[in-house]
Design a protein around this ligand. Structure first.
Ligand SMILES: *Cc1c(COP(=O)(O)O)cnc(C)c1O
Length: 358
C-alpha cells in the first residue's frame, strides 16, 4: 500500500479521472466547442489588451465590471445577482459546497452532466439519479415521486440536457421547481442553441438558479461560467468561492468579447444552421438512431450488439474524426456517440466518414 493509498479516500481512489481524448491532428467534434476562432482584427485587439494588463496584480476579487456586463447582456432580471466561476464546472462546485450539510441529497435526471454527481461525491453528499425513459424523455412523475421520497437539498436540470441533447418540457421543469424542497439549478450551458431560457423567470421562483457558460459559444479556453439567482443564494455561493477564481486575462478578454457579442452570436447562428442541415443527413444513414437535439451536438445510437458503437467510433477516428463514445459507461448509453456540430467542412468530413464506418 502506497503512502497515498493509506490516506486518500477510498471513493476517490476508486474513481477514474475525467477523461479528455488527445485530438492532435483530428477533426475535433467531441466536446461541444465552437469550431470558430476570432476574426483577425478582434484577435489582435485581444492581443493588445492582454499586453496591457497588470499581470503582477491580483484580480479585483468581485470582478464588478464583468459581472455588471453579464447582467446586462445576458438579461439577468433586476433584483438578481450573478456569481462567476472558472468555468461553470466551478460554479457546480461552489453550489454543491454551500448546501453540503451532513446527509443532504443531490438529485438529477440520469444520464446527465457528470460533474453534478462528481461534486456530490467530493462533498460526501448522496447523489440520487432519476433515470430518463429509454428514449431519454423525462419521466416527470417518477422525478416528483423521487423528490418526495429523497427530499433533495439540490436538484440539477440541464436544459437542454447533456449528453442526450433534448430539452425537457418547460411545464415538467416548472412542476419540479414548485415541488422541490430545496434549490433547483437550471444548467443552460446550451442556451444559445436552444432559444428557450428560464432566466426571465428567476423573479418568479425563490428556489431556482440559472447557470450558464461561455464555453460553447467560442470561449471554452477562457474558462468562464456564471450562475444567476436571488442575492441570498449568490451571497452563500460567494462565501465558498476562491477569492481570485476568475483571473485577470479571463476577465479582460471576456469583457472585450461580450462587448462584441454580435460576433459570437453570428458564429452560434452558423452552428445552428449547420445542425439543421446535418439532421436529415444523419437521419438518412442506415443503422443509426438520431435523437432530438436542442444543443450544438447530436446524440446517435449505432444499431447492433455489444461493441457496435465503439467500432464506429474507432472507424471515424481512423478517418481522422474524433467524437465522444459512451459505450462501457452507463448502460442506457450503450452504442451511443455524441457528435459536436462543426464547420460545414468538418461536418462534411464527418458525414462521409460515418457513411464509410456504418
Ligand atoms: C459543457 C457543460 C458545462 C461546463 O462548462 P464549462 O463552463 O466549460 O465548465 C456545464 N454543464 C453542461 C450541461 C455542459 O454540457
Amino acid at each position: 500500500m502506497s503512502a497515498a493509498d493509506k490516506v486518500v479516500r477510498p471513493e476517490i481512489r476508486a474513481m477514474r479521472a475525467y477523461q479528455v481524448s488527445d485530438a492532435t491532428g483530428l477533426v475535433k467534434l467531441d466536446v461541444m466547442e465552437s469550431p470558430y476562432g476570432l476574426p483577425k482584427e478582434l484577435a489582435e485587439e485581444v492581443g493588445r489588451l492582454v499586453a496591457g494588463l497588470s499581470l503582477n496584480r491580483y484580480p479585483v476579487p468581485t470582478a464588478q465590471k464583468l459581472r455588471a456586463l453579464i447582467r446586462r447582456v445576458m438579461q439577468v432580471p433586476a433584483g438578481c445577482d450573478v456569481l462567476l466561476g472558472n468555468g461553470s464546472d466551478e460554479c457546480i462546485q461552489y453550489i454543491t459546497a454551500s448546501v453540503a450539510r451532513e446527509g443532504a441529497v443531490v438529485m438529477a435526471p440520469t444520464p446527465s452532466f457528470a460533474m453534478f454527481s462528481m461534486h456530490a461525491l467530493f462533498y460526501r453528499l448522496r447523489f440520487a439519479g432519476v433515470p430518463l425513459r429509454a428514449d431519454f424523455s423525462l419521466d416527470a412523475e417518477a422525478f416528483l415521486a423521487a423528490m418526495a421520497k429523497e427530499c433533495p437539498a439540490l436538484v440539477w436540470i440541464a436544459y437542454p440536457n447533456n449528453p442526450t441533447g433534448n430539452a425537457f418540457p418547460v411545464a415538467d421543469i416548472e412542476r419540479i421547481v414548485r415541488a422541490a424542497p430545496g434549490l433547483v439549478v437550471i444548467d443552460e450551458a446550451y442556451q444559445p442553441f436552444a432559444g428557450a431560457t428560464f432566466m426571465p423567470r428567476l423573479a418568479e421562483f425563490e428556489n431556482m438558479a440559472v447557470m450558464r457558460t461561455v464555453s460553447k459559444i467560442g470561449m471554452a479556453g477562457l474558462r468562464l461560467g456564471y450562475v444567476a439567482a436571488r442575492p441570498e443564494w449568490i451571497e452563500a455561493f460567494d462565501k465558498v468561492r476562491s477569492p481570485f477564481n476568475v483571473n485577470v486575462v479571463t476577465e479582460a478578454v471576456a469583457i472585450k468579447l461580450l462587448e462584441n457579442k454580435a460576433v459570437l452570436d453570428a458564429q452560434a447562428a452558423r452552428v445552428l444552421a449547420e445542425r439543421e442541415r446535418m439532421r436529415p443527413e444523419l437521419e438518412r444513414l442506415p443503422g443509426l438512431t438520431v435523437y432530438p437535439t436542442a444543443a450544438n451536438f447530436f446524440l446517435v445510437r449505432v444499431a447492433g450488439g455489444k461493441g457496435a458503437g465503439t467500432r464506429v467510433f474507432d472507424a471515424l477516428k481512423a478517418q481522422g474524426v474524433l467524437v465522444k463514445d459512451f459505450s462501457g459507461g452507463v448502460p442506457s448509453l450503450e452504442n451511443c456517440l455524441r457528435i459536436t456540430v462543426g464547420t460545414p467542412d468538418e461536418n462534411r468530413i464527418l458525414l462521409t466518414a460515418m457513411r464509410e464506418a456504418l
